[in-house]
Design a protein around this ligand. Sequence first.
Ligand SMILES: Nc1ncnc2c1ncn2[C@@H]1O[C@H](COP(=O)(O)OP(=O)(O)OP(=O)(O)O)[C@@H](O)[C@H]1O
Ligand SMILES: [Mg+2]
Length: 217
Amino acid sequence: MIQLFRVSKAFGASTALEDINLRIRKGDFVFITGPSGAGKTTLLRLVFGSEQPTTGQILINGINLNKISSTKLDLLRRKIGFVFQDFKLLARKTVFQNAAIALEVTGEKRLVIRKKTHQMLRAVGLETREQSFPLQLSGGEQQRVAIARAMINDPLILLADEPTGNLDPEITREIMILFRSINLKGTTVVIATHNRELLRNTEQRIIVLNKGRIVQQ
Ligand SMILES: Nc1ncnc2c1ncn2[C@@H]1O[C@H](COP(=O)(O)OP(=O)(O)OP(=O)(O)O)[C@@H](O)[C@H]1O
Ligand SMILES: [Mg+2]
């Protein structure tokens, strides 16, 4: 489902990823970890198609991202949820509107959008903040809006970049349960994190990056 063949990514003279070979199957639940600057975010961006590899091939569901038209890439991206490390919420839209965006573009019926959005915001504990704007929220609350937005579509793939970085342990547990439940419904989940608590006692696969290389997978 997600395949990387000899993928490298350089930014000018600095190499963010080097010779990455990786295969993540449909329905897998995997963690990507490694020190700051190891290349976790870059790897997720490459899979999302928002960065192009310098060399190598990336296949999503058998589709080669190097060869796909930008229209097709847009369509593919709609099936991928991304929880950005810096949230990327729209400041002029409410919590509700931010969370609903991925449904709006599908042309789903208004009533369905409303119901699903309420449901998703309740699941992340933000039912009382629907009409707030992002800047009126704490960092953890903003992060939960980003999580709701990424999951609302039941995406094929959920890419989450340090999704619990701003959350307390109790909410972190609840969010992890949400990730597990969407995974059980068929979504492939890839979580980049430093959080040792998340990685301790997990039975899930852990991919370790260091200085742009996979050192364990
Ligand atoms: N747009 C960019 N331009 C130049 N260098 C970049 C860019 N994006 C990433 N890098 C470099 O690539 C390397 C990997 O960065 P990346 O953000 O993928 O690391 P990370 O593992 O996500 O780190 P963190 O845990 O701090 O989020 C770093 O050395 C970074 O400086
Ligand atoms: Mg990062």
